[in-house]
Write a protein that binds this ligand. Sequence first.
Ligand code: TXA
Ligand code: MG
Length: 326
Amino acid sequence: MTVLLATRVAHADAAAIAEAAGVLSIGGLVAFPTETVYGLGADATDGHAIARLYEAKGRPAFNPLIAHVPDLGAAQALARFDNAAARLAAAFWPGPLTLVLPRAAGCPVADLASAGLDTLAVRVPNHAVAHEILSAFGKPVVAPSANISGHVSPTTAGHVLADLGGRINLIVDSGATPVGLESTIVACLGEPLLLRPGGLPRAAIEHALRQKLANAPAQNESAPLAPGMLAAHYAPRTRLRLAAAGIEPGEALLAFGPAPAEGAGRAKAALNLSAHGDLIEAAANLFSHLRTLDAAGASAIAVMPVPGNGLGEAINDRLRRAAAGR
Ligand code: TXA
Ligand code: MG
């Protein structure tokens, strides 16, 4: 049974950071900003806190979580870094990159966090508020995106409150998250594998590794490599129609770039991911625009084509999942 909590929203000042560390230390749930999206944090060493986190999110318990730490030294206490992992951490941490690594001997993260796997996902976020909370708390924090399972990820404190109000203790608010897409996930368990495209473009990773990055083999329901990446993960309630050149009556429009969509004037609601065609701006707007258009009561959301280079790979991945997810 879900217990109803009074969820406090606190502006991210020194008092809120101390409060966040205090709530985490007694097994509570705190949503906080990272550079990618808002995360829902719990003490990674406390199995009961993690169980409450799964319940609050309505997340299937087989879905493993990312352990967040303030720096590389803290990550090395949790997991083993091979050469590729060390190179990627040096190049991109703090930043929107998650590494899936073998657990270190004596890793204090609760088994429930990695859902029984002998690997652990770790990340050092590049956000001052996240860094201060992690430093003040002094232990790893597991933090999935702070949305109800199956909803799009939250990029503002308001999104978090809409999904998780009454289910968590505290939301630390510091405005919209700058990147807007979840971290890129790379497994370093042998040949490096791209498990999830995200806020760090593939080309940057390939440049740092001086090699092409293999894609994870096609995921299936019974043995997913990154279980959150099942096709149906990101799903607004409204149907998405991808690669739309124009819009049909009753549809809302998610535009990209300066060229107007055919029939745009009759859209029930219209938003542009980036009128300049800037993929970084488009990534930052993606989840927030999907939420807004989902609330417009449209028959479908017509989505104009988005190029696949740079952050476009992750944007198109999330759009395909959102389209498949109903
Ligand atoms: O940007 C982000 O990564 C955000 C912020 C809050 O840090 N977090 C986030 O967490 O997106 P979540 O739980 O929504 O997505 C984590 C993904 C899931 O697809 C999960 O299955 C995968 O990471 N994952 C976690 N541990 C794993 C492991 N040991 N092996 C493979 N995949 C793993
Ligand atoms: Mg998520």
